[in-house]
Design a protein around this ligand. Structure first.
Ligand code: C2E
Ligand code: MG
Ligand code: MG
Ligand code: MG
Length: 284
């Protein structure tokens, strides 16, 4: 009987799943070497004021250029890193690189903050606070110039467990943002209990806007409620001038998207910040 069942299991074996699993294992093995082999680097996507005129920050986005797999998108390798635990090491790499980069903006250009994505695994890592402190100290970066992004889905699944570490981060003076907002099921009132001041609306809401009446209504409601509760709001994935204007009319605070800037090398963004500064010198 047991034997028969065992054979049945072999029969329902799915070659597609097996193939995907094998590919995953190959990626994972390569990813283990990637850091030592210098295959990883960080790009920075600028964030703008609602008029789209001034850079107000930038998000660090990890890239992997593998000699065997080519350029692997983060949507593929981040989950693999997360599952294998490699994300802790990779996350530290991004944090250190981003803090150094932002410190350079502060010297030569304008001192805008840098945002770094934190994955669930990192948030449960006991060394996280120490790693953040070390990255800031090594780079000589003021804590308020760093902002950490956590996805809404993860936050909502683990709020109670996460509250202490979120408060520790805020107590250091580091900023916190909710990423991909609207993809989970949290109510804004619930979020208000968290020590978070910035909300990034998932770009899925923008895809059919302006035009789709439901998405327009949702965007308006999110922005309105977020403001009533004291959050600043960033729209992600702004690709057209019509979208920018629509968001401006709704009172959205900031924008990130291909319309205004793609993820780019730190040096390029630094040059842009320098131009910005010359165009409008800081008041002293
Ligand atoms: P995310 O944190 O929501 O980052 C924004 C993503 O949207 C980036 O994709 C960015 O290139 C893309 N994007 C920005 N503007 C536009 C636009 O106008 N149109 C379109 N179609 N896309 C836009 P990317 O770099 O491929 O990263 C995907 C996700 O991978 C990120 O989503 C983040 O969740 C994760 N990720 C990237 N780097 C890291 C990292 O260092 N650590 C962790 N934990 N996750 C990371
Ligand atoms: Mg993000
Ligand atoms: Mg996002
Ligand atoms: Mg995302």
């Amino acid at each position: 009987e047991a034997k028969a069942r065992g054979r049945e299991r072999v029969l329902i074996f799915d070659p597609d799943i097996d193939e995907r699993h094998r590919l995953r294992l190959r990626y994972e093995a390569s990813l283990r070497q990637a850091l030592a082999n210098d295959e990883l680097y960080v790009l920075y996507q600028p964030r703008f004021d609602i008029a789209g005129r001034r850079v107000v920050g930038a998000e660090a986005l990890l890239r992997w250029e593998s000699p065997t797999h080519g350029s692997v998108p983060p949507g593929t390798f981040i989950p693999i890193a997360e599952n294998s635990g490699l994300i802790v090491e990779l996350g530290r790499f991004v944090l250190e690189a981003a803090c150094r980069e932002a410190a350079a903006w502060g010297e030569a250009s304008r001192a805008v903050p840098v945002s770094v994505n934190l994955s669930p695994r990192q948030l449960h890592e006991p060394d996280l606070i120490r790693d953040i402190q070390a990255a800031l100290a090594d780079a000589g970066l003021a804590p308020h110039r760093l902002e950490l992004e956590i996805t809404e889905t993860h936050l909502m699944d683990n709020v109670d467990q996460m509250l202490p570490v979120l408060h520790q981060i805020r107590a250091m003076g580091v900023g916190l943002a909710i990423d991909d907002f609207g993809t989970g099921y949290s109510s804004l009132t619930y979020l208000k209990r968290l020590p978070i001041e910035l909300l990034k609306i998932d770009r899925g809401f923008l895809a059919d806007v302006p035009g789709d009446a439901d998405d327009e209504a949702l965007l308006e409601a999110i922005i309105h409620m977020a403001h009533r509760l004291g959050f600043r709001v960033v729209a992600e994935g702004v690709e057209t001038e019509r979208q920018r204007r629509f968001l401006a009319d709704l009172g959205c605070d900031e924008l990130q998207g291909f319309l205004l800037g793609r993820p780019q090398r730190g040096a390029r963004l630094r040059a842009e910040l320098d131009r910005d500064r010359r165009a409008s010198p800081p008041r002293s």
